[in-house]
Design a protein around this ligand. Sequence first.
Ligand code: GCU
Ligand code: CA
Length: 494
Amino acid sequence: MLLARRRGALLTAVLAAILAGAGHIVSPAVASAAAPRYEAETAPATCDGLIESNHDGYSGTGFCNGDNEVGAAAQFTVSATEEGTATLAIRYANGSTTARPAAVMVNGVTVLSTSFEPTGGWNSWTTKTSAVRLNPGSNTIRLSPTSAGGLPNVDYLDVEAGTSPEPPGRPPQCSGGAPIVCHFDVAPGNYTVTAWIGDGAAAGNTSMSVEARRRVLPAVDTAAGTIIQHTFTINVRQPEGQPTGQGGTGRPGLDITFAGKAPQLSGLTVQAATDPLVVYLAGDSTTCDQMLAPWTGWGQILPTHVTAGAAIANYGDSGESSGSFLRNSALFPTMKPLIRRGDLVLIQFGHNDKSTSAPAFRSNLTTMINQVRERGGSPVLVTPPVRRHFDGNRLTPTARHVNGVGADLPAETHRVGSQLNVPVIDLTAKSKELVESLGPNASARLYLREEEDGYKDNTHFSEYGAGRMADLVVEGVREHNLSLVSYLQPRRVP
Ligand code: GCU
Ligand code: CA
């Protein structure tokens, strides 16, 4: 169960303190009263659930109470006088304590993902706005939930068509063309970052990353005249990569890079985030935010899976074992006091516990779990991803983290998990299956290769491999139905 502090998380962030030096900041555009209103209870609108009126404050004669399941949609049919950008303002109430993410589909195509944060009660309604592109004439707008909670209660949709919500323009903190590089002079913490990607006149292909090569948006194409708003919650730390500063400490503040074949940015705002769900990562070089290419930790790609309202705070650090992570003051002792009630802490060790005995390994994991719980956090164990050491077509025991003193570290992790009732994401098993199914040759691509990367390594991942590991971690997050599930991007269509 999530707690009260999550309530109203993101929308109230609009009112949050505007940061010194953040410059160009706007509130989300709100469609004017004159915008045509489409009530969710009025045909041709459809509701995969029931039209109800048992909570006060709705407009018209009721609202759509969608079924609590993936895909239980509310759909509106709206008309536009001309082709162009329009502002959608969706009025909803979410009296639950978790956000309800959804895909916004225009004429059958998913154009953006959004998340309906808790409003504090079923009688408390609020409005979520986003910009989409409409065709002249009739258009369908479908809100399709992507998590088991379904949609919030949906009251109506206002569409301000023909007039585009003016993107705020590129702020003075940004410079350059390809890539576009932006720097915001903010203190460590969590920030809501909204980027208007695309351009009024030119086509674009734009990706977005932050801080130490943390990917948040894979390259997206935008047609000329299309500008799509993307919002993320970003954790800012100093050093910005590995907490012990290996590979470089980066620049204090928030750095954002827009790359891709033709980066297009029409606006960027940064605001303090209110009560995000923070997912802490405790791990080693296979997890961490690597400053230097080609090394890439899976925690660096994980943010591409996460919607606004949740932030990934990666405390992974190269060379750390379960014991050194606990002892080093830059690591567990720095991370622990930041953990808040309801936050998740993913704990992955093994690579550097080459000579740790089974009892010592269990004791280190137990200490971390107990201390995370002391803070009200929810620990999650992650078994270490395999190394690429084959014996024929099978991975060797060393590859599977049976260590130098005979301790089977993934098995020990499972043992601690069942003793302490902690969910275990079995990344060892998942990555073993992936690496063995690719086989001794094709699996090389997951790791660093001499020809491609100038460095051969069967432990550390290429950016591609880190992405595959992040996919497996997300699969585990879904299997255990961790609270992060409410903040996952819609599944990518393969
Ligand atoms: C409660 C509430 C409904 C709401 C539902 C939900 O039952 O009364 O209006 O739709 O929760 O969680 O979706
Ligand atoms: Ca419902």
